[in-house]
Design a protein around this ligand. Structure first.
Ligand SMILES: Cc1cc2nc3c(=O)[nH]c(=O)nc-3n(C[C@H](O)[C@H](O)[C@H](O)COP(=O)(O)OP(=O)(O)OC[C@H]3O[C@@H](n4cnc5c(N)ncnc54)[C@H](O)[C@@H]3O)c2cc1C
Length: 439
């Protein structure tokens, strides 16, 4: 077994680790700005990612900005809004009519969405390395990241007589760049290796999901369950049913770390109990399940800070950027990827290292300006909904007041017009302005 270790000089201006929505978007805009970009992904596309597969108008806007064809002819399933189910009532709330965001959402499997985004990055000029895991940072004498160490996928070599597959060790290669981006998701081993850990004072969610063949596979609305019942027993958590348009529904549930049941619950069993109370004709039964039940964490409200340190910038889940109000992460991953690319393009165009550094250090401030106060409100919201009685009171009141729920939808999905909006937009802007930043 041979191990090849190669060290190269500057392989790129920027190395982006992870080709999920944040990494591919960052790589796309960096390449578009004329930089040499190396995008390194441990899996190979198409690859699965545990997700609800739901895209709000915020994510649609980010996709359109990237030049993705989001037409129905191109296979995208559109939705008109959110159906909220709570306290035995259901309310269909259309996405708001705004000049800042389109009036529709989308649904797409992550296998397909993420591959499309990675291909967009390639089309813009980024070099994509699939099947290559970043195993650690390459540091200079001052502890600054100047590249990454990688391990290429092991490849089956030959079959031995005992039928054990012999494996050829993948090559170990070190790549160098002026700046490195951690877009490697919730665990972000690269951030951890640079001393950037998750924060205990920020919200965290856990969610599980699977797919069932179902007559409900085509749905004009994303469906959100604010209370889950097993017969007449109220269960902890929140659920969703998103029709995928391909014969299946994506069904899942999640819980926040402000809930007493967080960390003490068998989430798969909880899903079973919730689904037992569903109408039989929807088909959410074991026989119709097409995938295993899989779970993952949702790091929220700047769960990892600072988002820049010693040559490393964080985007998307690596920076804990899921919206605490609604668990949406794809839009924020893509938006942070774009903000990051803008900052890095300016930074690398500065003539001295000191100036480059000054611009890179502005990245956390840019994220603060975009989301800091809104995430502070989100943290308060997460504390409140961790109290089941209060939550039940609020939803039972709200469900009888569609106007109030339309306001809530704008706030929770972060969909407002900053200028020329209506009264609810102005109230949300005022609330956000008054909230302290998320330091
Ligand atoms: C159950 C569940 C349901 C959800 N539902 C929704 C939803 O409906 N809508 C929504 O907007 N958000 C949803 N989210 C959140 C959303 O999935 C994330 O916020 C989003 O995927 C973040 O994108 P990202 O690019 O930052 O990270 P990721 O999508 O996690 O991408 C990280 C990439 O980095 C790669 N990688 C990791 N480590 C390495 C390494 N060492 N070397 C190389 N590559 C590496 C991974 O393979 C992966 O491709 C959900 C999350 C969960 C858990």
């Amino acid at each position: 077994m041979t191990e090849h270790v190669t060290v190269r000089d500057d392989d790129a201006d920027v190395i982006v680790v992870g080709a999920g929505p944040s990494g591919s978007t960052a790589a796309h805009y960096l390449a578009q700005a004329g930089l040499d970009v190396l995008l390194i992904e441990k899996s190979r596309f198409p690859r699965e990612k545990v997700c609800g597969d739901g895209l709000t108008p915020r994510a649609v806007k980010a996709l359109i900005a990237l030049g993705v064809d989001v037409s129905e002819e191109a296979g995208w399933l559109r939705n008109k809004g959110l159906r909220v189910i709570a306290g035995g009532m259901r309310l269909e709330l259309d996405w708001p009519e705004l000049s800042s965001y389109p009036g529709y959402g989308l649904v797409r499997t992550r296998a397909s969405l993420d591959e499309q985004l990675a291909r967009r990055a390639q089309a813009a000029g980024a070099k994509l390395l699939e099947g290559t895991t970043v195993t650690g940072p390459l540091l200079d004498a001052d502890g600054r990241i100047v590249g990454v160490q990688t391990q290429a996928e092991e490849k089956p070599k030959a079959r031995s007589k005992s039928d054990n597959t012999e494996r050829e060790h993948g090559a170990t290669v070190t790549y160098r760049a002026r700046v490195v981006v951690a877009a490697d998701g919730n665990s972000s081993r690269l951030s951890v290796a640079m001393g950037l850990r998750k924060r205990d004072d920020r919200p965290m969610g856990v969610a599980v999901r699977t797919y069932y063949t179902s007559p409900r596979h085509e749905d004009d609305y994303l469906e959100s369950w604010l209370d889950l019942w097993d017969g007449d027993r109220l269960l902890p958590g929140y659920g969703w049913i998103f029709g995928m348009g391909d014969g299946t529904s994506n069904v899942g549930l999640g819980m926040l770390n402000t809930s007493d049941a967080f960390g003490k619950t068998d989430y798969r069993e909880l899903l079973n109990r919730w689904l037992r109370s569903m109408p039989e004709e929807w088909g959410y039964t074991e026989e119709n399940r097409t995938e295993p039940v899989r779970g993952a964490a949702l790091p929220m409200g700047f769960n990892r800070t600072p988002q820049y340190r010693e040559g490393l910038l964080l985007a998307g889940d690596a920076a804990g950027m899921v919206n605490p109000f609604n668990g949406e992460g794809i839009a924020y991953a893509m938006e942070s990827g774009e903000i990051l690319a803008r900052v890095v393009a300016q930074a690398l165009a500065r003539p001295t290292r000191a100036e480059t550094e000054r611009v890179l250090r502005s990245y956390p401030e840019e994220l603060q300006a975009a989301y800091g106060r809104y995430y502070t409100l989100g943290r308060i919201f997460v504390e409140l909904i961790g109290r089941p009685r209060l939550m039940r009171y609020a939803t039972s009141r709200g469900m009888n007041h569609p106007q109030l729920m339309r306001f809530a939808l704008k706030l929770l999905a972060n969909l407002t017009d900053p200028r020329d909006g209506d009264a609810s937009d102005r109230i949300i802007s005022a609330m956000t302005r008054l909230a302290p930043a998320s330091r």
